[in-house]
Ligand binder design. Structure first.
Ligand code: ADP
Ligand code: ADP
Ligand code: MG
Length: 447
C-alpha cells in the first residue's frame, strides 16, 4: 500500500483526499500557494509545503515545485484531484520517470483521452456510439462547412483540448459557422494553447449522463452506475444526481456494459468517467472521457456505499478490485448541489471575500464536502466553488425535498452565494417533473 501521498490540489477535493488517507493510515503532504496559507487542507495534512505565489501557474500548476516538494517530503505518490494537473499527461509521465506513483491512469491514456477528437475515434473503434461529425480534426473553415452540410445544422464546434465547459460553440447556419469557426479557434489557442478543432452534430435537447468506471491494474473493471448532470449553466454542471430519471433499465445496463467494454479494450486503469449525451429515444452517444476523479463523485458514493478516493488509492497501490459487477448494489437516490461564491444577479460574477459567519447543514442523509470555515477568506484566484451539498434519500422526490431543506439551512455571511438560485431550480416544476434537458437553465432562467 502507498505510504505517503502528496495532494497536488486545494479546496474541498484536497480535504476529501486527506480524509480518505487518514482513514487508511496513509500519511499526507499538502502543497499550498501563498494565498492559501490559511486553507483547511494545509492544517489537516500531516505536512504542508508552500510551493509558490497565488497565481496557479506558479503554484498548483508548477510541476517542478510540486515534484521538489514530493522529493523533499519523501512522498511515494501524488493524488492530483480534479482540475489543475489532473489531466496533464506530461506531469503524470514525469512522476512515473521519478518513481512517484501518479494516482490515475497511465500518462499515455491521459494523452489519448485528453485529446477529445482522438478519444472519440478510439471509442468508435471500441464499439461505443459517437455523435456523427468529422473524422478526426478539421483543418479549415471550408471543411467545417462541408461536413456541416452532410450532418445538417445545428452543429457544434469543439476544441480538441477543451475542458471545463470552454472551447465549445454552436452554429445553426452556415453564416454562424463561418463566424464561430474563428472565434472558437482563437478561444482554444488562448485557453488551451492548442487550436485544433473538430465538429459534430449538435444533439438537440439531450441529457448529460455519465458512467463512473473503476479498473484495476490486473484487467478487472466495473462500473458504478450513472450520474445525470443535465442541469448546466454554460456547459458547466450545477446540480447532479443518480440514478438518472431519464434512463430506463435497458439503456442503463447497456451504457454500463458499453463503458466497461471500452475501458477494458483501451487498457484504462483507475477511476474514470465516460460522458454521454442521451436523446429522447434513449439513444446515447460518447462525448468525452475524464481521466480523473469527478467533482460530482459523491452522489455515486452515496448510492453504492463505495469510497471512490480509497478505491483510487488501492488501485494505484497495485491491489485487485475487491468487487465484481454483481457485488455493486444501488440504494436510493442521491443529489448534489454546487454552492459557489458568486452573484447570480450580476451574471454569476465570482464573489470572493471573508466569510464572517457560517452554518453548514447536517442531519440524516446529508453530506457537505467543503474546505471553508468561519473567518476564512475565499481568494479571488481560484475556482469559486465553496461547497458541495449532497443528500441521500429513498427516491428522487425525497432527495429533492431533502436537498431543498439542506440548502435552505445553509448560512454564509460576508460573501454572496448561488444558494437561492439552487433553491429556484429545486422548486422548478419542469425539474421536479423530470421534464428538462441540458438547456434547462438557459430556458427557465434566461442565463
Ligand atoms: P467535472 O466533470 O468533474 O464537473 P469539470 O469539467 O467541471 O469536471 O472540471 C472540473 C474542474 O477542472 C473545474 O474546476 C474546471 O474549471 C477544471 N477544468 C477542467 N478541464 C479543464 C481544462 N482543460 N483547463 C482548465 N481547467 C479545467
Ligand atoms: P468539457 O470538456 O468542457 O466538459 P464536453 O465535451 O464534456 O466538454 O461538453 C460539455 C457540455 O456541452 C456537455 O455536458 C453538453 O451539455 C454540451 N455538449 C457537448 N457536445 C454536445 C453535442 N454534440 N450536442 C449537444 N450538446 C453538447
Ligand atoms: Mg465534460
Amino acid at each position: 500500500m502507498l505510504k505517503k501521498i502528496l495532494i497536488a490540489n486545494r479546496g474541498e477535493i484536497a480535504v476529501r483526499i486527506i480524509r480518505a488517507c487518514r482513514e487508511m493510515g496513509i500519511r499526507t503532504v499538502a502543497i499550498y500557494s501563498e494565498a492559501d496559507k490559511n486553507a483547511l487542507h494545509v492544517s489537516l495534512a500531516d505536512e504542508a509545503i508552500c510551493i509558490g505565489p497565488a497565481q496557479s501557474n506558479k503554484s498548483y500548476l508548477n510541476v517542478k515545485a510540486i515534484l521538489e516538494a514530493a522529493c523533499l517530503t519523501g512522498a511515494d505518490s501524488i493524488h492530483p484531484g480534479y482540475g489543475f494537473l489532473s489531466e496533464n499527461a506530461n506531469f503524470a509521465k514525469i512522476c512515473e520517470e521519478m518513481g512517484i506513483k501518479f494516482i490515475g491512469p497511465n500518462y499515455k491514456l491521459i494523452t489519448l483521452l485528453g485529446n477529445k477528437s482522438m478519444a472519440k475515434e478510439t471509442m468508435k473503434r471500441a464499439g461505443v456510439p459517437v455523435v456523427p461529425g468529422s473524422e478526426g480534426l478539421i483543418y479549415s473553415k471550408e471543411q467545417a462547412i462541408e461536413i456541416a452540410k452532410k450532418i445538417k445544422y445545428p452543429v457544434i464546434l469543439k476544441a480538441s483540448a477543451g475542458g471545463g465547459g470552454r472551447g465549445i460553440r454552436i452554429a445553426y447556419s452556415e453564416k454562424e459557422l463561418e463566424k464561430e469557426y474563428y472565434i472558437v479557434k482563437q478561444e482554444a489557442k488562448v485557453s488551451f494553447n492548442d487550436d485544433s478543432l473538430y465538429i459534430e452534430k449538435f444533439v438537440e435537447n439531450p441529457r448529460h449522463v455519465e458512467i463512473q468506471v473503476l479498473a484495476d491494474e490486473h484487467g478487472n473493471c466495473i462500473h458504478l452506475g450513472e450520474r445525470d448532470c443535465s442541469v448546466q449553466r454554460r456547459n458547466q454542471k450545477v446540480l447532479e444526481e443518480t440514478p438518472s430519471a431519464l434512463l430506463n433499465e435497458e439503456t442503463r445496463n447497456k451504457m454500463g456494459e458499453v463503458a466497461v467494454k471500452a475501458v477494458k479494450e483501451i487498457g484504462y486503469t483507475n477511476a474514470g468517467t465516460i460522458e454521454f449525451l442521451v436523446d429522447k429515444n434513449q439513444d446515447f452517444y460518447f462525448m468525452e472521457m475524464n481521466t480523473r476523479v469527478q467533482v460530482e463523485h459523491p452522489v455515486t458514493e452515496m448510492v453504492t456505499g463505495l469510497d471512490i478516493i480509497k478505491e483510487q488509492i488501492k488501485v494505484a497501490s497495485g491491489e485487485k478490485l475487491e468487487y465484481k459487477q454483481k457485488d455493486i448494489h444501488f440504494t436510493g437516490h442521491s443529489m448534489e448541489a454546487r454552492i459557489n461564491a458568486e452573484i447570480p444577479e450580476k451574471n454569476f460574477m465570482p464573489c470572493p471575500g471573508t466569510i464572517t459567519g457560517l452554518h453548514l447543514p447536517g442531519g440524516n442523509g446529508i453530506r457537505v464536502d467543503t474546505a471553508i470555515y468561519s473567518g476564512y477568506t475565499v481568494p479571488p484566484t481560484y475556482d469559486s466553488m465553496l461547497a458541495k451539498i449532497i443528500v441521500h434519500a429513498n427516491n428522487r422526490k425525497e432527495a429533492i425535498a431533502k436537498l431543498k431543506s439542506a440548502v435552505a439551512e445553509l448560512v454564509v455571511e460576508g460573501i454572496q452565494t448561488n444558494a437561492d438560485f439552487i433553491l429556484k431550480i429545486l422548486e422548478n416544476k419542469n425539474f421536479v417533473e423530470n421534464n428538462y434537458d441540458t438547456s434547462f437553465i438557459q430556458k427557465e432562467f434566461n442565463t
